[in-house]
Design a binder for this molecule. Structure first.
Ligand code: PNS
Length: 169
């Protein structure tokens, strides 16, 4: 039984994250989406909101569960019996940071392996940071995040969603 964790901040969940969740859930037996309780970071969405948004999107995936964790990822993996970390790689700019954390985690616990999925081409530019930047100025985020979360995100910035000329919504 191969249990994997897809860790991240997911603030907010993007279509790129959903793509990685769906694809990796077909590779491993069980996938836990682990939401980091990053109290030091100024999150747009609370931990509970982030967990509930991911649950809503993964409801129909039978081998996917969602939980939150504090502290070191390798410690949490020990707690839940996961040995594989899943991460998405967008561009070469991700590589250095991802390599560093993958190697550190492996040194901390040699049973832990990280597998990287290259993001699908249509999401290769996408990040939660970009979504927040666009939304904060009232930009169109309909191609970036699941449709049901679009208004929630605009509400956080108290901006009016744009009128989309091309039938985006
Ligand atoms: O979506 P993010 O913010 O890029 O995810 C980063 C994450 C959550 C994978 C990473 O910060 C993490 O694992 N944090 C938990 C603390 C930890 O284990 N740090 C050591 C990594 S070397």
């Amino acid at each position: 039984m191969k249990r994997a964790i897809y860790p991240g901040s997911f603030d907010p969940l993007t279509l790129g994250h959903v793509d990685i969740i769906e694809r990796s859930s077909r590779i491993v037996d069980e996938l836990v989406v682990g939401v980091l309780n990053n109290s030091a970071k100024n999150s747009l969405f609370s931990l509970e909101e982030r967990v509930s948004m991911i649950r809503e999107m993964t409801d129909l995936l039978p081998n996917v569960t969602v939980s939150s964790f504090n502290g070191l990822l390798v410690d949490y993996m020990d707690e839940i019996g996961a040995t594989i970390i899943v991460r998405g790689l967008r561009a070469v700019t991700d590589f250095e940071y991802e390599l560093q954390i993958a190697q550190t985690n492996h040194v901390e616990n040699p049973n832990v392996e990280t597998i990287f999925l290259t993001t699908s081409l249509q999401y290769s530019y996408l990040s939660s940071t970009i979504v927040k930047e666009f939304a904060s100025y009232g930009g169109d985020i309909s191609k970036f995040v699941p449709a049901q979360f679009i208004d929630k995100i605009y509400q956080k910035y108290a901006v009016r969603p744009p009128c989309l000329p091309h039938g985006g919504r």
